[in-house]
Design a protein around this ligand. Structure first.
Ligand SMILES: [Zn+2]
Length: 300
């Protein structure tokens, strides 16, 4: 690999908003050909974190993504249960089974539903044979995660010997997430922000099909989530294409999660976490910071 900073596009492949009723079953899959065409046009490899049940229900869609895109696959739980009331190891084993029976090999990477992973679960992942996890949003989301004390670069979580955590991208200092849902929510001023903001390396950019395509599932979301998620949805793919262009203009090369692990895998012994980066923050509320920042930028 070159010394250029590395970006990795990831997509969490799951039922839109986790609605499991038959009439809301993976409605975004209707747009899969369009999605493939867009990614081919942008010439970016995609790393998919796929739900076990999705593999079982739609093996032909998985095959299509596998063969038509520069892609790789990892696990995104078995059933995308966000309640955390299940037994984690059982859920992981069922997911591994669904994955292995389709791909012929076990997954090496994992991402938790909503990035909600408990500290003790890292050791279970390592024990179950995973090389890496990419669940941590090193930011703050009320009621889901509070990760302002977590590193922005790959690290070994406490309780593991070799498992690498590859956090999802957030900007150093301000901890604003760099992902499609933020890009969509904040629109073009955010692209301007990406032009000047300090950015992490590697940069793991997360997306979902429901960030790009509107289906009847959006109408079932409660307010205000529905308004937030529908914002800029029409122009979402265009915003994404511009963000890819912006990252390329800042020197980023696009690779898969395997490329990220090879380029950045830390030695757990050598890991040094710079706590001064977190300590420099003035407000625990990233949303208010985000508005402070964006109010100083213009559309471009
Ligand atoms: Zn998910």
């Amino acid at each position: 690999m070159s010394d250029d900073p590395l970006a990795c596009l990831t997509l969490d492949l799951e039922n839109d908003w986790y609605f499991d009723d038959p009439e809301y079953d993976h409605l975004t899959f209707e747009y899969i050909d369009d999605y493939i065409e867009e990614m081919q046009r942008l010439d970016v490899p995609v790393t998919f974190f796929v739900v076990g049940k999705t593999i079982e229900r739609y093996p032909e869609v998985i095959d299509k993504l596998d063969t038509e895109l520069d892609s790789e696959f990892h696990l995104h739980s078995y059933q995308h249960d966000t309640s955390k009331s299940y037994d984690f190891r059982t859920e992981i084993r069922k997911g591994k089974e669904a994955f292995a029976s389709h791909f012929g090999s076990e997954p090496t990477g994992y991402r938790a539903p909503q990035g909600n992973i408990a500290p003790a679960e890292f050791a279970i992942l390592e024990d179950e044979g995973f090389d890496f996890d990419s669940s941590i949003f090193p930011s703050f989301r009320p009621g889901v995660y509070s990760n302002l004390d977590k590193p922005l670069a790959p690290y070994c979580p406490e309780g593991t010997d070799e498992l690498v955590e590859v956090p999802i991208a957030a900007t150093p200092g301000t901890r604003i997430l760099v992902c499609q849902s933020y890009l969509k929510l904040l629109g073009r001023p955010y692209l301007t922000y990406l032009k000047y903001a300090p950015l992490p390396d590697p940069l793991v950019f997360n997306t979902h099909l429901q960030d790009f395509y509107e289906t009847d599932s959006h109408d079932r979301l409660s307010q205000p989530k529905q308004s937030i998620m529908k914002r800029n949805l029409d122009g979402s793919l265009e915003l994404f294409a511009d963000a890819v262009e912006r990252l390329r203009s800042r020197g980023y090369e696009f690779g898969t999660m395997t490329d990220v692990i090879e380029a950045h895998s830390p030695s757990c012994v050598e890991l040094v976490y710079d706590s001064t980066e977190v300590g420099s923050r003035e407000s625990p509320d990233p949303v208010s910071q985000q508005h402070d920042h964006l109010s100083t930028t213009n559309d471009d």
